[in-house]
Design a binder for this molecule. Sequence first.
Ligand code: SIN
Ligand code: CO
Length: 413
Amino acid sequence: MPKRPTDHPADAASARNSSPASKPVLPPSPDTPTALLGNLTPSQFMRRYWQKKPLLIRQAIPDVEAPLSRDAFFELADRDEVEARLITHLRNKWQLEHGPFAPDELPSVKQRAWTLLVQGVDLYDDRARALLDRFRFVPDARLDDLMISYASDGGGVGPHFDSYDVFLLQVKGKRRWRISSQKDLTLQAGLPLKVLQNFEPEEEWLLEPGDMLYLPPHIAHDGIAEGECMTCSIGFRAPSASELTAQFLYHLAERGESAGNRGTLYRDPQQPAVERPAELPAALVERVGAILAAVKWKEQDIASFLGSYLSEPKPTVVFDPPHKPLSEARFIAQASKLGLRLDRKTNLLYNRRFFFVNGEEMSLNGTKKWLFDLANHRCMSAKRFVTLSHDSSMTARLHEWYRAGWIQVGELA
Ligand code: SIN
Ligand code: CO
């Protein structure tokens, strides 16, 4: 399919690989006031606003730049593995299409009232990942992804509510946000997307580049572009109780840890012959009830499940191992000069006894020192690497991760 001619060929290429990132901006420490949160400290923000009430922050990131140019963004939406949606609102009719979108499948940027949304841009672009990292005053286990939307004049996704917390950061152009704490969250029936039936805005702001709006779950909102614009949504995951229950039970069963039932097979030596074969036997229900009642778990099983589940990469994630990997000796020499960083797609969590990397659980035995730093900073300086490199189990493990494409040599992308 023909490619859209790009204004920024370099940016288009960078969207495919990774864009050059400058020195990462570290997340603010819990007790330091930060412009990102309107000069509140992260601790104050979490106490007063997180999951409680909206907050408008003017110039949260002054001089912010969109992680991708418009053309690089459109190119990203053309990739098979990327989750992209196109929403149009023409003659009062909402339409939703799922990507990938070849450039000639997108409306002209001169056409009004359409928006293109791409989920998980942090997985494809280092600048997007760096932007997401500024929000790591919230635990990684809660951080979901960075979505970018491009909208032509008048574009938006309609008044709706989300079930998760979100920071809506304006990175290009202007968008008018209207919000409401209304209790009526009835959706219009028969539409391909979630649009509220009765939206009664209570507050309204025009956001300019660098401005940001924090919304807790279930606050009704509607953002309409005034001229073309781009917005980054930093979203947090909020798995439902039923998702967690189903996944936890699956995890227990997979690990054969449904203690009390190990090796148990269903048995029915007392089953009489029946006249009504379609009838579910009451004894079967009773017996399975006893098997389920014997399922037991400990707190560590819950931690193991959460660590593995929440560090599992999204299904579309594919790591890019190095084409010509360095030998372990060369890797150590390079890391001693340049340090290391986690790949932008790598998820690394830990608790007191285990760490979880990209869905795999491993025992912490003896690894604590370097692992905690790497997980919390997402990089390791050359100096730190040299200090720790006498530990051959650490260098061997890091070399293994490097070969898998989970970490890279060099602190900066
Ligand atoms: C958008 O960026 O257009 C939508 C983001 C949202 O409302 O959650
Ligand atoms: Co929303």
